[in-house]
Design a protein around this ligand. Structure first.
Ligand SMILES: CC(C)(COP(=O)(O)OP(=O)(O)OC[C@H]1O[C@@H](n2cnc3c(N)ncnc32)[C@H](O)[C@@H]1OP(=O)(O)O)[C@@H](O)C(=O)NCCC(=O)NCCS
Length: 154
């Protein structure tokens, strides 16, 4: 089931984020990068702040949060994370679809994201184009990621 964010989801979202970064993104980034990315201060309050004012969708299965994604008013897909044990089941695709639908009804012309190395293939498979490879700093570590975009269907 894909639904909108509820306040009670924030603990589960923070936990999922940390577990997925540590278990999945560790394939593409160093231990030091993973430690900086999944820093302990990224708790439920952090996610409340980051997700407030964005359109956030949650994938729920058997009462458990198994993924989440959000869209800002600028067309940015800021987060897209799927539970480490539920990869490759189509959950991210199901999270992206309603965000594309929302964007289509707004004045946003283009969806864009800063895709991790891990997520780059997913976004290519979903019709995004790579705009630029980037090196960005996060809590003292340098990260390779990819600016990717997709025209909104209106
Ligand atoms: C990227 C991510 C969200 C994809 O989630 P998912 O639920 O496994 O993806 P889906 O099953 O919906 O889609 C997979 C599609 O992308 C393709 N794909 C290619 N490489 C892929 C990859 N590394 N991971 C997932 N899908 C990939 C699959 O072939 C599939 O296409 P298809 O439907 O045409 O067969 C997930 O791997 C994840 O949580 N990664 C870690 C967090 C992350 O890096 N998030 C992005 C931050 S910018």
């Amino acid at each position: 089931m894909i639904r909108e964010l509820r306040p009670g989801d924030l603990d589960a979202i923070a936990r999922l984020f940390h577990e997925t970064v540590r278990a999945i993104n560790c394939r593409d980034y160093t231990p030091a990068q993973i430690a900086a990315w999944a820093a302990p201060e990224l708790d439920a309050d952090y996610f409340r702040t980051r997700l407030t004012g964005t359109r956030t969708v949650v994938a729920e299965d058997a009462g458990q949060v198994v993924g989440f994604a959000n869209l800002t008013s600028e067309g940015l897909i800021d987060f897209l994370f799927v539970h480490a044990e539920r990869q490759g089941e189509g959950i991210a695709s199901r999270l992206l679809a309603p965000l594309e639908d929302i964007a289509a009804t707004t004045d946003v012309d283009e969806l864009w994201t800063n895709a991790s190395i891990t997520a780059r293939s997913f976004f290519l498979a979903r019709g995004f184009t790579e705009v630029a490879a980037q090196t960005v700093e996060c809590r003292g570590e340098m990260f390779r990621n990819y600016r990717m975009s997709k025209r909104c269907e209106k």
